[in-house]
Design a protein around this ligand. Sequence first.
Ligand SMILES: Cc1cc2nc3c(=O)[nH]c(=O)nc-3n(C[C@H](O)[C@H](O)[C@H](O)COP(=O)(O)OP(=O)(O)OC[C@H]3O[C@@H](n4cnc5c(N)ncnc54)[C@H](O)[C@@H]3O)c2cc1C
Length: 388
Amino acid sequence: MYGLSAEDLDLQARARAFADELIPLEAGAELAGGELPPDVAAGHAKRARELGLHATNMPADLGGGGCSTLQQVLVQEQMGRVTNALGWVAATPPSWLPGVATPYQIERYVRPAIAGEREECYAITEEGAGSDVAALQATARRDGEDYLLNGTKWHVTSFNTADYAFFQARLADGPHAGEHAMFLVDLPSPGVRVLRTPAYSHSISHHHPIVAFTDVRVPAAHLIGAEGDGMSFAYEWFRFERLMVAARCVGAAERLTAEMTTFAAGRQVGGRPISEYGTVAAMLADSLTELFAARSMVYETARGIDRGADVKIAHGQCSMAKLYASEMAGRVADRAVQVFAGRGYMRENVAERFFRELRVERIWEGTSEVQRAIIAAQMVKRGPAALA
Ligand SMILES: Cc1cc2nc3c(=O)[nH]c(=O)nc-3n(C[C@H](O)[C@H](O)[C@H](O)COP(=O)(O)OP(=O)(O)OC[C@H]3O[C@@H](n4cnc5c(N)ncnc54)[C@H](O)[C@@H]3O)c2cc1C
């Protein structure tokens, strides 16, 4: 099915087998706030690298997987079958960075990230700047050979595990005053301080603290690209990550659909399996139908990118894939809880965990409303036929 090559199928099978190894650990991780014993987690990260599932999105000449977009999707789809972010060990370092990084930045950040020796986090969102990234208030001020960074960032995912941050700020002065720039900040650094680590709906080992940057001094060599380039990097990352979010949502929906089908075929009520009751059968059928639609959309978007699709078209299609797949997965999780009923409300049940975990897929990397705005704008500018 889907016309996958032998190489694609091999990578997919490796990712699937790895996900199947992680699944039995989910319920324990859930009860431990998302944590696994450190040696177990380290073992998973090592295994993901050995299996060629880590850094699939990074160039082969720098030690990355050099995989096609479709192959990256196939891996992330399988990782999406696992709850509690246990699949995040198959990490995707910043694929937008090698093309704009200096040789110094390649050696200091890119190669170690590909080797699994360094990990990034993104400090972009602020209390008053989320969907409207352009409104952020953090500043970068040139000071001799350095920049001084100031600002408070929200939801900094993986700050507790990362050892460098991308920090996006508005230039305080100079010829590009008011424009955005992106910086690399080593962690820990003087002036970087966690203000608060709020609890979120999901239980995962990667936290999302609110982090203050106060007069954080970074050398000018830590500016990425040129002054004024900041927003373009954010857009490139969004495009990639939206497609990967969609892929993981497809994986989650596949797992849920499989689990609820097994349960519905086995649970007897009134002498018949509940799958034979029309209202339950409809929940199964609708879930698989929507999963098929989402997967087809995600694979075709990936193939288009591999064929060299125009970047604006790819941007619109990645938004459509993320919008549809995240909303589809939310509906499937809701139905799965309903099919499992009382069991589906227990934390040890996969449907309960996904019901909470998948909610954020409609929020991060651009909310559903923002995706719709992007799609509609592209439709008006290029005509609907250009996108679909
Ligand atoms: C668990 C989690 C992890 C995250 N990780 C990171 C991270 O690592 N780094 C980082 O920088 N950020 C991160 N974020 C932030 C995330 O990207 C933002 O939450 C998201 O972009 C939405 O911004 P906001 O929360 O400020 O909502 P707002 O922008 O305040 O939106 C509020 C509401 O208004 C709607 N809205 C806003 N603009 C429009 C519009 N133009 N048209 C229609 N409706 C609109 C939104 O859809 C939403 O319904 C994370 C968030 C969460 C929840």
